[in-house]
Ligand binder design. Sequence first.
Ligand code: GAP
Length: 509
Amino acid sequence: MPAQNMEELVSLCKRRGFIFQGSEIYGGLQGFYDYGPLGVELKNNIKAAWWRSNVYERDDMEGLDSSIIMHRMVLRHSGHEATFSDPMVDNRKTKKRYRLDHLVKEQKAAVQAAVAEAMGESLENFPALVAALVKRPADASAALISAGVRDSHSGETGDWTEPKPFNMMFKTTIGPTADEDSFGYLRPETAQGIFTNFKNVVDSTSRRLPFGIAQIGKAFRNEITPRNFIFRVRELEQMEIEFFCTPGTDEDWHAHWLEKRLSWWEAQGVPRSKIEILDVPKEDLAHYSKRTYDLMYDYPTLGHEEIEGIANRSDYDLGSHTKAQGELGLVASVEENLDSVAKLTIPHPETNKPVVPFVIEPSAGVDRALLAVMSEAFTKETLENGSERIVLKLKPHLAPIKVAVIPLARNREEITSLARQIKADLQRLGLGRVLYEDSGNIGKAYRRHDEVGTPFCVTVDFDTVGLGGEGKVSDPALLGTVTVRDRDTLAQERVRVDELSAWIRTRLA
Ligand code: GAP
């Protein structure tokens, strides 16, 4: 059974070195997390699985790694300067600041209903209620106060200001200058790097429609209220595809990507039955979107929340950047340049005339993926002897450690040197991390590897090397064999050392 609550996961992540609070020794920095020795392996494996499936296994995809800091004009003309904001509200009493929709959602049902009633809206349609609060700020302030909305920190009713938009982009200065205009933005989505490189990729690869560009990288959002562990952070990582297609074929490609992405999640151990598809209502669509499907995974404690958005961005971004270049004089005008090389266009596959393609964008968060994958893998079992074990039943390709090689005696050279040799041989298979594990008691090592999801533990013992030990005479039938313990079934099998690499490869590759 998957994790029942977030605390179980947070505790495992910290205890076993998956995730730590950012800047922890100085009291921590809200909304920033560091991935520890096992977290970085799991994260890398998720990203590799995504890249393999979306780039290597397709013939219509190119990869990209664009810079994080971007020219402010990019984010102006993408629409982010004007619209990438969340509504915030302040409590004059406590001076605390909240994201409006989160604040209302956290209230008791009766208080939420009173806010809705004061605004003349229905609580059933929460997005419409939030939209009304944003559109009518004076009414909103009065409604929050009269409904008795409480401050999440003090627990007291608040004296609420009018909501106002808070732009979530991080700015940074560029170069040794005091000039106020010398700033750039940390990208709030990796997508813009793909749009600004569209022409470069087309020209250097001779791609024709339809094709996509994939990118994995950090994005930054100054969230008003980061929360729920790594679910909502200020420094996040995204796995994004911008798939360019001929206008008119966009809806078919949208359906194609919805299906592809659901089956990818399934292959990572996140079943379709746990993902609801939200056809985002028109009033909630991002400024660039013609239509968006949000994949809402059923997270422990949080319930259904977005793990991935699959948007039809139409020709919004390429069109807007092209238009902007025209206005800035970088190209003479959009129309004039339709036949020139400077525009973000590509020949139409049938007419050969330049066309601004439509874009389908599957965009998944790596941090949210990791949380979902861990939630599904987290299992608590009661063993036959009545003891309880926690085991992370990760798909083997995602497991941070693939095999732990354990020498049964740390002080017997015959055993340790063979164990080291086996570790090196298995490492060379290139399946991921293999660990030489001599940290002590074998029972504890098994428990630790269950908790971090290691599919196999290989034990080199006295029999393996033909030594008597622990009051036993060596069994000649076991000479040259090791014990392999299966994480999920707990079955232990003797496997010949000279067949071990092939044995492991068939089970992990
Ligand atoms: N380029 C489109 C885009 O950025 P989005 O819905 O804002 O769309 C895409 O973000 C994905 O990025 C989300 O589905 C989520 O998985 C992840 N994400 C967004 N904001 C996040 C945050 N503050 N913390 C963690 N992940 C986040």
